[in-house]
Design a protein around this ligand. Sequence first.
Ligand SMILES: O=C(O)C(=O)C[C@]1(C(=O)O)C=C[C@@H](O)C=C1
Length: 102
Amino acid sequence: MKKKLAEIRKKIDDIDNNILKLIAERNSLAKDVAEIKNQLGIPIDDPDREKYIYDRIRKLCKEHNVDENVGIKIFQILIEHNKALQKKYLEETQNKNKIFKQ
Ligand SMILES: O=C(O)C(=O)C[C@]1(C(=O)O)C=C[C@@H](O)C=C1
């Protein structure tokens, strides 16, 4: 029984590694998106895109038998974090430019 529990926990740890890698990969795209939006002069927040993502997540949750509320909560955290990273990146680059122009 204990051996079986250890095996299952190993599987969970491996899955957690993969989830973390994917979160890091998603986060790493924040700079590129922020850069493009800055050059296009469009806001970081895009409610239409967020609606599209949440609708898609709801559909995927149904397909994979995942509780919709859980799926939405996870993606709310990821999207809010992505927006925070974009804002931080733009603030930092704008501060660097200010120093550079002095
Ligand atoms: O797709 C974009 O425009 C993004 O900036 C990425 C993202 C996301 O994290 O998925 C973040 C903020 C926007 O409001 C919408 C989506």
